[in-house]
Ligand binder design. Sequence first.
Ligand SMILES: [Zn+2]
Length: 200
Amino acid sequence: MSLQAIDNLILQLKKLPGVGYKSAERMAYQIIKFSKSDITSFIDALKDCRDNITSCQKCLCYKEGDKCLFCEDKTRDKDTLIVLSSFQDVLSFERVSSHFSYQLLNGVISPSKGISIKDLAIDKLMDRIKEDNFKEVILGLNPDLDGETTSLYLEKVLHEEFPNLKISRLAYGLPMGGNLSYVDDLTLQKAIEGRKIVNE
Ligand SMILES: [Zn+2]
């Protein structure tokens, strides 16, 4: 026995990241209990995102309507550009300060996911540095293998293209309240490399 409409809803929900069949099924049976007005609000929210959220042609961040909140903001840092892989990372940085300038790569080099250099927005990054004349670029990619590979590649090509550009990486620290025994090798290795002399 199968109900076509519910099967279709499950199929759509399964497209969400981290949602398998069982979770999708649970969600679907929850959704069909929604009131008619809740269903309408749900559909309207999806339509609103589809119709009004686009990517800024310059920094590639999401924007609502015509104006990019980042590119149009004159108070943003004009000297330092933070390179990030996805918009969710932008939101993390915005929680710290709302003065950064960003450029998205739309991913990182990842042989396991079939993402190569040509899939990344490296031309946009080059254009942005040239156009806005940034003095420093901070590579803010995730401290994992794919992020490392991408950062090393970017360090090389950026240095070749802009010999006077300062290129920096985030200092990856050990998590506060963490236990050294549970820290993964890459974090520990980065913590050692990024160590600070304390008796100067
Ligand atoms: Zn923008």
